[in-house]
Design a protein. Structure first.
Lengths: 235, 75
């Protein structure tokens, strides 16, 4: 059923793709940075501090998306007994963790001029910190446990518990009265953000998504070569 | 315009440190991932080189091994 996902067939594509993705990433990031830092307007309330949104929001979105993907892949790996799903999940985790840290740090930097504090135990910030801990535990589990069966079980357990935190993070601004404002961008209803700010935000999101794809492919290729190295040892 | 970009109504220090931290994190993650990749690739090449001709020929029948070796040559 998943023959198309076999490492032998995938490597042919994944080994060549990074250079093209890197090029595309640099182009989109350059346009995105020009839009975010120069061309987009300042906010009537937050003034130029609003520009931090262009790195903070995409990072948060991507880290949440990656954790959800890791959970889906881990559960699928378990159901279909496919080792490659776990390998893909493992390769996604480092960029998810880094994007989570970027969201936390840039959020703290944005908080100082906007709220007057670097940190608050606000529901959204706290749940993002918890997500970072889940990413860290997930990555550590891959380092600590060497036996495949055990590491598959443990990492799946971590993601299944951690995924409970994802909807809490997403809806925390609606469920509780927090320092964060309610969501400005909605897929189903009309967004309250102006197109002059939405365009650079989407550009930066595209650039960040390409970067996480680039890191994923490099990491995935590394994992495949690691497996092949073990294979050569057995020859 | 350059003054506006450098000053940003007094928020430049916050904006630039947020963007700077993001780009440095990208660079760090890219370098670490690339180094890990090159390390494994070199390990593969040295292990492949130490195989006797019979085993090397048997290993070469696998498409992925050929791809890894080709990738090293291309880079």
């Amino acid at each position: 059923m998943f023959k198309i996902l076999e490492p032998n067939k995938i490597f042919q594509i994944t080994s060549k793709a990074p250079k093209y993705i890197l090029f595309l990433f640099v182009v989109i990031l350059t346009v995105g940075l020009t839009e975010a830092l120069i061309l987009s307007p300042e906010d009537y309330k937050q003034s130029d501090a609003v520009r931090i949104m262009y790195v903070h929001v995409p990072s948060a979105w991507i880290s949440l998306g990656i954790f959800s993907s890791i959970t889906f892949l881990s559960i699928s790996g378990f159901i279909f007994k496919n080792k490659n799903f776990f390998l893909i999940a493992k390769s996604l985790a480092p960029s998810g963790f880094v994007f989570n840290i970027i969201a936390l740090v840039t959020g703290a930097i944005w908080g100082k001029p906007t709220w007057g504090t670097w940190w608050a135990w606000d529901a959204r910030i706290t749940s993002m910190l918890i997500l970072a801990l889940f990413f860290a535990i997930y990555l550590i589990a891959w380092i600590i446990y060497e036996k495949e069966e055990k590491v598959f079980k443990i990492t799946t357990f971590i993601t299944v518990v951690g995924i409970i935190n994802v909807p809490i993070t997403k809806y925390s601004v609606d469920w509780w009265n927090t320092l964060h404002q309610p969501a400005s961008i909605n897929i189903l209803t009309k967004s309250s953000i102006h197109s002059s700010m939405l365009f650079p935000l989407l550009l930066m999101t595209a650039a960040f998504a390409l970067f996480s794809l680039l890191i994923f492919l490099m990491k995935y290729n590394t994992e495949l070569i690691k497996i092949k190295n073990k294979g050569l040892d057995r020859l | 315009m350059i003054n506006e970009l450098l000053f940003m109504n007094g928020y430049a220090v916050y904006v630039m440190s947020a963007f700077g931290f993001t780009l440095l994190s990208f660079l760090g993650l890219y370098i670490i991932t690339k180094l890990q990749f090159v390390k494994e690739q070199n390990k593969f090449v040295s292990k492949f080189g130490s195989l006797n001709p019979e085993k090397a020929n048997s290993a070469k029948t696998q498409r992925i091994n050929k791809e890894i070796l080709a990738d090293v040559t291309n880079n």
